[in-house]
Design a protein around this ligand. Structure first.
Ligand code: NAP
Length: 317
């Protein structure tokens, strides 16, 4: 039987499914693998189910050429933590779980839009701190969402699902950036990033991180946003220049922000935590039991196919 390693504990149903095909070893710690552990995993197992935080850099592969491991099954869609070229030259396939995460991550995008617009974090903190003086007509006045304009930066699976929710659920106008035109089934316009930032009431970052998109949203980009606008990031922390965002929020140059991801996760700058006008979530885009089980089923199927010599359904590399 092939040996497979899970780099973190996963829901039991996923482990059970994997045990139908493989001899499974599931790590008990929930921390990212260290470099030596990644090298060992490549040499000791036929396949590794790994995830965000396990940074399979070129350095990891340098000492593991043609290892026993033939497939890294990433438990997530973003694969920026894997050096794909190094994996390829070491003879290791990489797969991911694209469809499984779309709706849940779009839902977190909506959660952040609503929380940032309606100052829900501030309200919650006020109630919990025993500082709520009772209802009054000018308390915690937020931004109305229905009928506003959302700008989707990266109109792919998740960006498209957020656009659907905004259009059908909230009657919003949708503008977007992508490398190609999209037809979501309702009128919407592909625009340049600068145009999007200037027009959107809610700018939502849903583009993958890459050398082209790192710090795509920098001080200059944020300066284009109207003062009443909100910036939402559900993609990757490195796409937004966090220091520039903190400055803009401190100076009230935009109304608010909603972040599920950070530049140096799990570190979140104290200056960001000190601000009331930002919603901070701990990278929980896909965190529902159903979705984590579905991600597991897809990742296990990718492992099964790759180790059976078939083309895995979600081959990236
Ligand atoms: P996707 O379907 O590949 O969509 C990416 C979109 O970005 C596409 O519309 C693509 O345009 C566009 N794009 C890519 N590179 C671009 C560039 N250089 N300039 C402009 N547009 C560009 O990806 P997805 O499934 O929606 O996922 C997006 C990202 O979300 C992932 O990469 C991951 O990092 C993140 N994510 C986060 C969580 C979370 O828990 N917060 C969960 C899942 C995913 P074209 O379609 O024209 O190529």
């Amino acid at each position: 039987m092939k040996r497979v390693y899970f780099t973190r504990p996963l829901p039991e149903s996923v482990a059970d499914m994997a045990r139908e095909h493989f001899d499974v070893e599931m790590r008990e710690e929930n921390t990212p693998l260290k470099i030596g552990q990644m090298r060992a995993a490549l040499n000791l197992y036929d396949g590794v189910l790994m995830m965000f935080g396990d940074t399979f850099s070129s350095e990891v592969f340098r000492e593991a050429q043609n290892p026993r491991c033939k497939v890294l099954a990433n438990y997530g869609v973003g694969i920026n933590h894997i050096d794909l070229a190094a994996a390829r030259s070491a003879g290791v396939h990489v797969t991911n779980v694209p469809g499984a995460v779309t709706d849940a991550t779009a839902d977190i995008g909506m959660t952040l839009i609503m929380m940032s617009a309606r100052r829900a974090g501030e309200g919650e903190r006020m109630v919990r701190a025993g500082k709520w003086p009772g209802w009054n007509p000018t308390q915690l006045l937020g931004t109305h969402v229905t009928g506003k304009t959302v700008g989707i930066i990266g109109m792919g699976r998740i960006g498209g699902a957020i656009a659907q929710r905004c259009h059908h659920g909230f009657g919003m106008d949708v503008i977007y950036t992508a490398r190609s035109d999209k037809d979501p089934g309702f009128p919407c316009e592909r625009v340049e990033l600068q145009d999007l930032l200037a027009r959107a009431d809610f700018a939502v970052v849903s583009v993958p991180v890459s050398p082209e998109t790192r710090h795509l949203i920098d001080a200059e980009a944020i300066a284009l946003m109207p003062r009443h606008a909100h910036l939402i990031n559900i993609a990757r922390g490195d796409i937004v220049d966090e220091a520039a965002l903190i400055n803009a929020l401190q100076e009230g140059r935009i109304r608010g922000a909603g972040l599920d991801v950070f530049e140096n996760e799990p570190e979140v700058p104290e200056t960001l935590k000190a601000l009331e006008n930002v919603v901070l979530l701990p990278h929980m885009g896909t965190s529902t039991l159903e979705v984590r089980e579905k991600m597991g089923r897809v990742a296990v199927e990718n492992l099964r196919a790759a180790l059976a010599g078939e083309t895995p359904p979600n081959l990236v590399n």
